[in-house]
Structures are given as C-alpha cells and as structure tokens.
Design a protein around this ligand. Structure first.
Ligand code: GUN
Ligand code: ZN
Length: 444
C-alpha cells in the first residue's frame, strides 16, 4: 500500500529562513537522527526518526546514519560550453573572452558536440551535488536544444537560454536583433515549463549586445512574463569603463539594462563586483538577484564582491552562489562557499557556515524564484538532495570527529563541522545525489 513512499534515515540540515536577517537558531533545522519520507519524488515529511518511525514502519528506509543530508545545491550562474576551457591562463575578463572563450564557444554550432559536452557537464554538476543551475549555453540555438534535451532526460530542474550577442564579438559567434528574437521565442515555446525545465532570456552582457538587441530582450520578457532574464553585470573595471563610454546617455551599467526593461524580480545578474551604492539600492527595489561567483572573481582578478552590502537591511538583495565555470575554478559549491568565506575575510566581513549553507540552497532557490519547489525539506518540495560525507578524506575525518553516529550534535557543533566541510570539502564529500528521490547513477 505504501509502494510510492521512500524513507531516508540520516542527519539532516536545512535552512528555512534567511540567516543574514534572522537569528540562526530560527533559520536552521537539524535532525541528528532524522527520517525523510519522499512520496512521488516530493517531500512528504521530515522529523526525528524516533517520532516518525512507527508511522512509517512499512516503508523501505535507506540507511545513511553516518551521513549528513542537505538540500541539493543550486548554482545560480554557470556556462556549460566553457566546461572544457576551465583554468585557462593569464587573462582578465575581456582578453580572456577573446583569447579562450569565443573560440571554444564556436565549436557549439555542432549540435552533436554540444550534446556530448552537455553530458559531461551534467555528470560533473551532479557529482558535486548541484541539482539545479542557471546556465548559459551559446549563441547557437542548437546548443540550447542539446542542453535542454540532456537535462530533460535526467529529469533535472534546470534554467537555461540561448545567448544573445550581436556586436563586439567575432562574426562566427554573433546573431542579430531580429534572429535572436525569433530563435529565443521558438526556444521559449519549446522548452519553458517543459517537464522541470525553465527558460532564461540571456543577453551575454551590454558589451556584446546593441541597444536594439537589449530592447528585443525586454520585448521577450513582456511577451513571456514568467521567463527569466540572465546576464552579466559590473564584473570588471575595464568592462564598466567601456559601458560608460558606449552608453553615454545611461546613468551606469545597471541603468543600461533598466532602460531596456531587463531589471525585475526574475532577473539574475552575475558578479556585481563593481556595483555602486545606487545600483545596490535599485537591485533591492526591483527584487532582482545577484549570483555571487567568488572563484571566478578571484581567478579573473575582477575583485571582491560586497556581500554585506547585498545582504544589508538597507538594500536587501536576493543572492545565490555561482561557480561561473569556465572562469570559475571548480564545479563544487563547497569550493565556491569556501571562496565566498575567503572573500568576506579579505573585506573584514564574516560569512557564517549557516549563511553559506543558506546561499547554497534556499538563498539560491529564492534568487531563482523557486523557493516553492526547492531549497529545503519543507513538505511538497521536490526531493533533490545531497548525501554529504563530512569525513571524506583523512584530514576531514580527523577534523570532523564529532560527526559520527554515536551522539546527536548541538547547533554550535553542527556549525563547526559544517564549516570544516565547506572549507575542506570537494566532490569527494558528495557521497550520493538524489533527483526527485531517485539515486543518480553515473556511467563512469
Ligand atoms: N561576461 C561576458 N561573458 C562572460 C563570460 O563568459 N564569463 C564571465 N565570467 N563574464 C562574462
Ligand atoms: Zn559568467
């Protein structure tokens, strides 16, 4: 009779509110010996094993008692075609784009090539515990099709879009205002809300889109009000200076997007390293989101994102973590959280382990307007989750000695063991990844 129910016994940790604004004890739930019940791929119930065990005595239970289960990680900014060019040497943003990125993305006019890389990319995300991502494809609509097809086969909740770029890039990698409109519209009609997939209108950045093309993006958002807007914003000093020159009538970088109607609740802007106070205020006012991409911002020498401004009481902005691979140096949200902590330290700010967990899960879900579906173990949410092994290496086993099945931890102890896992962990700490309650299997 209970054939659709699945049980998972483990330690569970999730964020149910924003610890940048509320006491952590009210934001974080921890079940030292917990039971998660999944029904038809969604969370039915979570609680203490001792309290729920009798009610679900008939249900098959997977035993992860020496593991910590958290909600699936959410990567709010990544480029699937840049998978193969991660760790390309020596350049900052604009030179890095022309030297490495554009020639690599050129290959994605070949649909089969795009399909092959999409498989490698999704394997790598899932191996790192990332279950949802907001993804750049390329200017070629066939690369967007290939990505969505691969994600659909795995039943993933992914957001992606064809890149719009009609100037200041090689001819082989540009579209036009007109073609980008037609191709994007077709892709939205084909993919938006198809199974778990969602569409983002994706102008690369204001450097490579004419104001005519930015207006096209705005028109698409008006015609399809529940698709997303995904772009780059104020990443690099030279880029910002170029925008000031190219758009002299605008008040600043964000204003270029604002004038095209691209700034709103479903807009996600990657980076924001160089934002002004007025721009932080405008992002807060419009309920826009920022993808904080610390490994990328350090790798390209872009700078240190002001997390305390984005998460201030005066200008509260939705923020998620982004790996930004291939400028980012790892697919791992654990590695990204470690880098976010280091960026905060370099600015004499603190990023607590629970704040980092929030950014990686519920904060990311909120940035993507998916908090009704994802981000924690509330009843009815989709059961995408990660089984962490906080003792996955010899040194982590030594450091995380408290984490064993002999006794439940206090919240400060959980914070300490989680912190060490974020700082030291990588894909080896991901013991398993589940999508809609199903264990992800890899071919290799
Ligand atoms: N700005 C415009 N395009 C890109 C890109 O591909 N990567 C990064 N990091 N910034 C960008
Ligand atoms: Zn990027």
């Amino acid at each position: 009779p209970n054939s659709t129910l699945q049980g998972f016994r483990a330690s569970f940790l999730d964020a149910i509110a924003d610890p940048f604004y509320m006491p952590e004890s009210e934001c974080i739930r921890y079940f030292g010996d917990g039971l998660l019940i999944v029904e038809d791929g969604k969370v039915k119930e979570i609680g203490n094993y001792a309290d729920l065990q009798a009610k679900y005595a008939e249900v098959d239970i997977a035993d992860y008692r020496d593991r910590l289960i958290v909600s699936g990680f959410i990567d709010t900014h990544i480029h699937f075609p840049q998978t193969e060019m991660i760790a390309s040497y020596g350049e900052q943003l604009l030179e890095w784009l022309s030297t490495y990125t554009f020639p690599t993305e050129r290959k994605f006019s070949d649909r089969q090539y795009a399909a092959d890389i999409a498989e490698i990319f999704l394997d790598e995300l899932l191996r790192n515990g990332t279950t949802t991502a907001l993804v750049f494809t390329t200017v070629f609509p066939q690369s967007t099709d290939a990505f969505f097809e691969a994600a659909q086969r795995r039943n993933l909740r992914m957001i992606a879009g064809k890149v719009l770029m009609d100037c200041h890039a090689p001819d082989y990698l540009t579209d036009t205002a007109t073609s980008s409109y037609t191709e994007t519209k077709q892709l939205i009609e084909k993919w938006h809300k198809c199974d778990r997939l969602l569409y983002a209108v994706t102008p690369r950045f204001a450097v490579t889109s004419s104001s005519e093309q930015l207006s096209v993006a705005g028109r698409l958002l008006q015609e399809f009000p529940d698709v997303y807007l995904h772009t780059h914003l104020s990443e690099n000093v030279k880029e910002v200076a170029y925008i000031a020159e190219a758009f002299p009538e605008s008040k600043g970088y964000l204003d270029v997007y604002d004038q095209a109607g691209l700034v709103g609740e479903r807009s996600i802007f990657a980076h924001g390293v160089q934002l002004t106070d007025q721009e932080f205020a405008r992002l807060a006012e419009t309920k826009s989101a920022i993808a904080f991409c610390p490994t990328s911002n350090m790798f390209l020498g872009s700078g240190l994102f002001k997390i305390e401004k984005a998460k201030s009481v005066e200008t509260p902005i939705k923020v998620g973590l982004g790996t930004d691979v291939g400028a980012g140096t790892s697919f791992s949200i654990l590695r990204t959280a470690c880098a976010a902590y280091q960026v905060a330290q370099l600015r004499s700010q603190k990023l607590s382990p629970f704040q980092a967990l929030f950014l990686a899960t519920l904060g990311g879900a909120r940035a993507l307007c998916l908090e009704d579906q994802l981000g924690n173990f509330e009843t009815g949410k989709e059961a995408d989750f990660v089984v962490l092994n906080p003792r996955s290496t010899a040194i982590m086993a030594l450091r995380n000695q408290l984490f064993n099945s002999n006794h439940p931890l206090t919240l400060p102890e959980v914070a300490d063991q989680l912190f060490a896992t974020l700082i030291m962990g990588d894909d080896r700490a991901i013991a398993a990844t589940y999508i809609m309650g199903e264990l992800v299997k890899f071919n290799q």
